[in-house]
Ligand binder design. Structure first.
Ligand code: HOC
Length: 390
């Protein structure tokens, strides 16, 4: 067993242990993957100011997200078909998050259903909603989330149509997977994964079973998305969902200051500055580059969180220093899940926490309240002319 000291170590192990089709699903962006790449490389352009001889005792990363106490400002982002990365992946991730003291978000497009997770994990989790044309289905799944005690609704606004991901098309992505002469050897060598899958009945999209006419392979899934997801989603519909849900509402996929203001008007308790991990509009700017303009527009009016591109605790600290109240991580914990199941999710969270803590100390700060832009060195042209156009 290799020694795991970084998220990248988990990524390598994930790649070794998980069928290519599912590792690639996690690792892909849309079209040229420019936005996917820049989400991470833009974090690398920001540097820290080292400070010395500052009392670093009694440090804490604790805080709250929507009033919920968290051990660090991180929630696990909703991930489609997570249960294909590792058998019953959603249940494992929910358990690991609950034990660690951070929120877990279950995707509408998960393998384990809302009820599967609720029955197998003690703590409340959050539910992510995709808006379908069938309002009956939307209302019904909101009721299911309420019945399962979900404590917040995450409404994703940037995927009413699916960004094209070339790797998924080439791999013939499906859940359950189709074994073909081309991929049979790959599946045969990923025996841990196969063994896990043989031990569960949860191998397709259980939240939508009964609703979807056909959810076999990606071609039909993207056709299904085009057919079922509501292309007429607008702010009036967001408000209808807010009223229907009545609880804490997080609007995810906000990348523009104008949209941030509209989200506040629609009653968002939190917004997630996100480009869906570079999986939707390729050519969009990275989340971290867009964050400052959103912060200027709505800071203090709603909680501002950031996702897309976070691969280390240092990235989280950079987002906080640029004005985010908290973050969501996706791939960083999926690598852990694919590598080592539930223990891998825990390991990913431990790594992020340790990296944040040590970095904060070496920047001379003891709490997240003390973390501000002045711990950073940001290139003068970081936001560039693009943000000024916004
Ligand atoms: C093909 C399924 O957020 C992703 C997910 C889920 C997409 C739903 C449609 O892959 O980006």
């Amino acid at each position: 067993m290799p020694v795991i000291t970084s998220i990248d170590d988990l990524r390598h192990l994930h790649r070794r242990r998980t069928p290519k089709m599912f590792f690639d699903y996690c690792e892909s962006g849309s079209w040229t993957e420019q936005t996917f790449r820049e989400n991470s490389s833009d974090f690398d352009k920001i540097r820290f100011r080292q400070r010395v001889a500052v009392d670093m005792s009694g440090r804490t990363l604790k805080g709250t997200m929507l009033g919920q106490p968290v051990t660090m400002p991180v929630a696990l982002a909703p991930i489609g078909s997570l249960g294909m990365q590792n058998a019953d992946g959603e249940i494992k991730a929910a358990r690991a998050a609950a034990r660690f003291g951070v929120p877990y978000t279950l995707s509408t497009m998960s393998i384990c259903s809302i009820e599967d997770v609720a029955q197998n994990s003690a703590d409340p989790f959050w539910f992510q909603l995709y808006v379908m044309q069938d309002t009956g289905f939307v209302d019904e799944i909101i009721e299911r989330a309420r019945a399962a005690n979900c404590s917040a609704l995450v409404l994703t606004l940037d995927l009413q149509i699916l960004g094209q991901r070339h790797k998924d098309i080439k791999n013939g992505l499906s859940a359950p997977p189709k074994i073909t002469p081309r991929n049979a050897f790959d599946f045969a060598t990923k025996w841990r994964w196969s063994f896990g899958m043989a031990g569960t009945k949860r191998r397709t999209f259980r939240n939508i079973v009964g609703h979807a006419s056909s959810v076999g392979d990606l071609t039909s899934l993207s056709a299904w998305t085009a057919e079922q997801f509501d292309p007429r989603l607008d702010w009036a519909k967001v408000e209808r969902i807010r009223e229907r849900w009545g609880g804490k509402l997080i609007l995810k996929g906000i990348l523009d200051a104008e949209d941030a203001k509209l989200a506040v008007k629609a009653g968002a308790d939190a917004i997630v500055v996100s480009n869906h991990g570079g999986r939707q509009l390729d050519g969009a700017l990275s989340s971290i580059r867009m964050l400052p303009s959103v912060v200027r527009a709505v800071k203090g009016e709603t909680e501002i969180w950031l996702d897309s591109g976070i691969r280390s605790g240092q990235d989280i600290l950079k987002a906080i220093a640029l004005g985010a109240d908290a973050t969501m991580v996706g791939r960083a914990y999926v690598y852990g899940l694919g590598a080592m199941g539930e223990a891998g999710v825990t390991r990913a969270l431990e790594i992020l926490q340790k990296e944040m803590d040590v970095t904060m100390a070496l920047c001379g700060r003891r709490t997240l309240r003390e973390v501000a832009r002045d711990i950073l060195l940001v290139p003068r042209d970081f936001e560039g002319d693009w943000a000024e156009n916004a």
